[in-house]
Design a protein around this ligand. Structure first.
Ligand SMILES: [Zn+2]
Length: 272
């Protein structure tokens, strides 16, 4: 074998240093194009895209569906060696859009917009796009549909995660009961992030309504901003220690799923 010259050794060392050194920032909002060019996709193949909406959440911020996946992305990006795309703060709000400060994008507009965001991320060289979704309703179906069409077109791997649903076991583990929209689980996750914006003094049980079972009833607008998954369970408790515990457990669950899916994509050699 031919001996490596000093230039080759230097290049190898430089590549190793780059691989070991984290980027100056993991936020696409803050990184400059030169650094982006150096690291994507050579050192960083994954991008986390937080998406949510503005809608009422009991006594939590209206932007809770944005704050949760954004905090999750900041927590997980270094652990997964990923960059973080700017949060899509506007979404398809649905039956709570009548509440003050809420905002609803039409399904048609949302679908076109999120499609172009995914295409843009693929075009910028990312191999894995992980959508951290903070909001349910029709938005989840749109994200699934758009991912299914963009992935084969762009030959990019896309994972959509609805954290509150993925972490259902963790909700039972930490609180011993089921949660809800702005219920005990979401309140805890948000309380860990912005405790100063959780207004316990405004809370009463009257603000809650259990979601209807099956097709028994529906109401537009939904009469409460706290929707319980099961009657009699999931009332917020504002326990700070449990909030911290829940935040960590949810993130660990999400991290495990992302690692597993990427590892299996790699094993299968899909879109490499
Ligand atoms: Zn929410």
């Amino acid at each position: 074998m031919k001996k490596a010259g000093p230039v080759a050794i230097l290049l190898l060392l430089a590549a190793r240093v780059l691989a070991q050194n984290p980027p100056t920032t993991r936020e696409m909002n803050l990184i400059c194009w030169q650094e982006f060019q150096e690291i994507v996709p050579k050192n960083i193949e994954t991008v986390l895209l937080p998406v949510g909406t503005l809608e009422p959440h009991g006594v939590l911020p209206n932007g809770s569906d944005n704050l949760a996946p954004e905090a999750m992305a900041r927590e997980l990006a270094p652990r997964l060696n990923a960059l973080i795309a700017p949060t899509l703060n506007y979404g398809v709000t649905g039956s709570m859009q009548a509440f003050p400060g809420a905002f609803a994008i039409s399904e048609e507009a949302y679908e076109l917009f999120i499609r172009d965001i995914l295409r843009g991320l693929a075009g910028n060289g990312f191999k894995n796009i992980v959508i951290l979704n903070g909001h349910g309703g029709p938005q989840t179906a749109i994200l699934k549909r758009v991912s299914a069409s963009v992935s084969p077109q762009q030959k990019v791997r896309i994972l959509v995660i609805n954290w509150w649903s993925l972490a259902s076991e963790e909700t039972f583990e930490v609180f011993g009961e089921n949660g809800g929209h702005a219920g005990i689980n979401e309140t805890a996750y948000i309380q860990h992030i912005v405790p100063e914006h959780v207004h316990k003094e405004r809370y009463s049980k009257e603000m809650t309504t259990p979601y209807p079972a099956g097709t028994s009833w529906s109401a537009e607008p939904f009469p409460s901003s706290i929707g319980l998954y099961e009657p009699g369970q999931g009332f917020p408790t504002f326990d700070a220690a449990k909030a911290d515990e829940y935040f960590a457990k949810v993130n660990a669950k999400v991290e495990t799923l992302i690692r597993d899916v990427i590892r299996k994509w790699d094993l299968a050699g899909l879109y490499r």
